[in-house]
Write a new protein. Structure first.
Lengths: 533, 239
């Protein structure tokens, strides 16, 4: 007799397995897109490996080899917690095949537990990549016994699972609380934004730990701080103790705690599972609509309005892509009340940097948030099964993709402009400077929407099972995100340096020129890709 | 013997809107029970509560003597559900999906093979079972959902608009399958908007309006010398 958890988990994995699709599908285009996606992902994995190995070499050279285990555990813990918090409810609740699974003889705990394990298995390669890269660095520095490698690999499973379980518990609390409200979507979105915002702020808590550890020697400081963090987050200390041979009890604790948390959390989930899903699967029906005078809009604006409704109608879409805009606005408002100098002080740990010095970087800094992930990276794929609607309407490619780009600008531009304006006011920037940075902001937002659209169109995928597959893990999102982030960081640092040489005005003009060229190039790419879709 | 017993079932959404209001129904072994009503009358809400997908506010639902609330797994073991728009795993092939359902019901390999062959041949979909479900038409997906529902020989089959998207031959075959099930002592409970089909196929029928059952009984009792369409329109207009 097969265990039902295993049957369901195996089927869930098979239903999205690339190997299964390549074996069974006759669609050559689909296979080509999948292989393209694999190549893109391989590049990202290579970047992570490179980063982690460089960090671990740095640790080894500073005599901190023993702290590599806890640093990898901390890094995995933070990434796993934030990423799971954002996607947990789309994996565990209100998924497409909920009715089909619930009508089969599965318990609620089997369904939600298997769904969690599915999400875990899909995420594990990322965490294994981080952990094993640090393990390689540790191996090169310490040359430990063979069993250390084995322990490291095995314990990466619970060290990745524990933060995901905690995030799932938070996700459940958010869903359970919001299920009690008529407008549960709005409540859930607000709570998720709050949780994600708090997680981002935990960075400052960690920095405080580093600062409080007032020892002059950097080696002692890092060692002391990781030990301190291990007290707040014991799995980190258990992992370090196990792989550095201090204590085997850490390994047992990690495995035991992961199993216990799994059992407890999904028992809690199963108690309210039907109630939460019942609420989430039902729309708020007021039935009080009265047909009034309707307004005529252009096809592009009609498309943009449809996109905005799609954006605000899906919590996954709203939280994943909206967090950047919320953070940008939050930063702008905070600078007005707290003062830019104080914010810089917190971020740079009191380094002698003033608002005037970083003034040229303001538009890029804001854009790091507003241009983090534009909606256009996912919106072509999000058409999914409804793609026939836009394709059967008398709309040109310009109407369709122009509308998607316009929708993104409706969201990103206000956030970029308001935040830039508030930061410029806080930094006491001149009027011309402020106007220049706002114009640059507009150019960057336009570039972001168009580059995102080109990436989203290139990796367009309509046959997703769960929208989170294209919102969070889509190749279109990934391929946009990293080059855009690197380009922005390079320009941000470059703008500070170049401003002292060629002046702030020329830096803005040069950046405007660069973004205009890139925008034109990606617009041509969209034109070419749209014809093939 | 009652295979489906609904007692004072009530479902309230958001604390105010009653989607189902004090519904009581009885489906006996051998019944083909039609459930008809306007869009938004509460048919799907009731069906989803019967098959254990949706929780409910008041009342009780029993399947083959087991409470849906207290013994959901026992109920699901003897029930099959076909939704109006089946969401199957698109990247699995038809045969992979059917094997998944057969594994869940712990059906032996030889038995499942025989049943899949019988129903797939009947519904003329055997040759497509090796293709991904994503390549299927709506009707083909519906056929796979029907085969998966029959794979464990359920005592109670619950269907939401089962004839939508089926070609005439498949619709005929499904009616035959329903008759065969009832001859074996099982029961079928389904919602439909196609009143002609309901009239010819069902021995019992219930009409639901705004969450309340406004008429139910055997087809003869309810229809008399009128058509089901006439009776339905009269009942809907009157109450």
């Amino acid at each position: 007799m097969k265990n039902k958890n295993t049957v369901l988990l195996k089927t869930l994995l098979k239903s999205t397995s690339i190997i299964n699709i390549l074996q069974t599908s006759k669609d050559k285009k689909k296979k080509g897109r999948l292989i393209g996606g694999i190549v893109g992902m391989a590049l990202l994995y290579a970047m992570i490996v490179f980063y982690c190995i460089i960090v671990s070499i740095g640790y080894a050279q500073n005599g901190l080899a023993d702290k590599m285990a806890s640093m990898s555990a901390l890094l995995i813990g933070l990434i796993a917690f934030v990423f799971t918090l954002i996607k947990t409810n789309s994996y565990l609740l209100n998924f497409k095949e909920y009715d089909m699974l619930m009508a089969l003889p599965f318990t609620e705990k089997t369904i939600v537990g298997s769904k969690f394990l599915y999400m875990f298995v899909k995420s594990l390669p990322w965490y294994l990549t981080i952990s094993l890269s640090f393990m390689v660095g540790y191996g090169m520095a310490v040359s430990p016994a063979w069993y250390v490698y084995l322990l490291w690999i095995v314990l990466t499973i619970p060290i990745s699972m524990i933060p995901m379980l905690f995030a799932s518990l938070f996700g459940f609390l958010v869903a359970r609380v919001s299920a009690a409200f008529k407008h549960w979507k709005a409540v859930q979105a607000v709570l998720l934004f709050a949780f994600v915002g708090l997680t981002f702020m935990s960075r400052f808590f960690m920095e405080k730990l580093f600062r409080d550890n007032e020892v002059s020697d950097i080696v002692e400081s890092v060692a002391g701080t990781t030990d301190k963090m291990g007290k707040y987050y014991p799995p980190m200390a258990w992992f370090e103790d196990s792989v550095t041979g201090k204590s085997i009890s850490g390994a047992l604790l990690l495995i035991g705690v992961a199993i216990l948390l799994f059992e407890v959390i999904f028992f809690i989930y199963s108690r309210s599972y039907k109630k939460i899903n019942g609420t989430m699967k039902t729309g708020v029906a007021r039935r009080k609509f009265k047909l009034k005078e309707q307004k005529k809009k252009s096809a592009v604006r009609a498309m943009a309005m449809k996109e905005l409704k799609r954006f605000t109608g899906s919590i996954n879409y709203l939280v994943n892509m909206g967090i950047g805009y919320v953070l940008a606005l939050g930063l702008g408002i905070a600078s007005l009340f707290v003062g830019l100098e104080k914010i810089i002080g917190v971020v740079t740990e009191g380094a002698p940097i003033t608002g005037t010095m970083i003034l040229p970087a303001i538009p890029f800094f804001v854009y790091l948030m507003t241009g983090m992930i534009p909606t256009t990276t996912a919106s072509p794929s999000l058409e999914g099964k409804n793609y026939w609607i836009i394709k059967s309407l008398p709309m040109t490619d310009f109407d369709i993709y122009g509308g998607k780009i316009l929708a993104n600008l409706y969201i990103s531009l206000p956030a970029q402009l308001i935040s830039t304006l508030l930061l410029c006011i806080s930094a006491k920037a001149g009027v011309i400077e402020t106007v220049g940075y706002m114009i640059l902001g507009v150019a960057m937002c336009l570039f972001s929407a168009i580059f995102g659209c080109a990436s989203g169109l290139h990796f367009m995928r309509l046959d997703w099972e769960n929208e989170i597959e294209v919102i969070k893990q889509g190749a279109g999102v990934m391929i946009y995100m990293f080059p855009n982030m690197i380009l922005t960081l390079v320009l941000m640092v470059g703008s500070i340096i170049l401003s002292t040489i060629i002046g702030k005005t020329f830096v803005v003009i040069a950046a405007l020129f660069l973004y205009t060229i890139l925008t034109v190039l990606f617009s041509l790419r969209i034109k070419a890709l749209a014809k093939k879709r | 013997m009652s295979l489906l017993q609904i007692e004072n079932y009530t479902k309230v959404y958001s604390g105010t809107k009653k989607a189902a209001d004090n519904i009581t129904l009885n489906v006996e072994a051998g019944d083909i029970y039609g459930f008809i009503g306007h869009n938004g009358a509460g048919k799907s809400t009731t069906i989803r509560a019967i098959v254990g997908v949706l929780d409910f506010t008041d009342g009780e639902i029993f399947i083959d003597g087991h409470s849906v609330k207290k013994e959901p797994i026992e109920c699901k073991k003897v029930t099959a559900y076909i939704p109006d728009n089946p969401d199957l795993y698109e990247n699995l092939t038809g045969i992979q999906y059917l094997n998944f359902v057969a594994d869940v019901f712990e059906i032996d390999a030889d038995v499942r093979e025989a049943r899949i062959r019988e129903y797939a041949d009947k519904l003329e979909i055997t040759s497509a079972l090796g293709d991904p479900i994503s390549s299927y038409s709506h009707g083909m997906k519906q056929k796979v959902a029907i085969i998966s529902a029959l794979i464990h020989e359920p005592k109670l089959m619950v269907m939401d608009e089962p004839f939508v998207g089926l070609d005439p031959k498949a619709a005929y075959d499904l009616k035959e399958i329903m008759h065969d099930m009832c001859k074996r002592g099982s029961a079928v409970f389904f919602s439909t908007h196609v009143l002609d089909v309901a009239e010819k196929l069902c021995n019992k029928v219930a009409i639901i309006k705004a969450g309340k059952i406004i008429a139910n009984g055997t087809m003869e009792e309810l229809v008399g010398d009128k058509s089901l369409e006439e009776v339905f329109l009269e009942e809907i207009d009157e109450k």
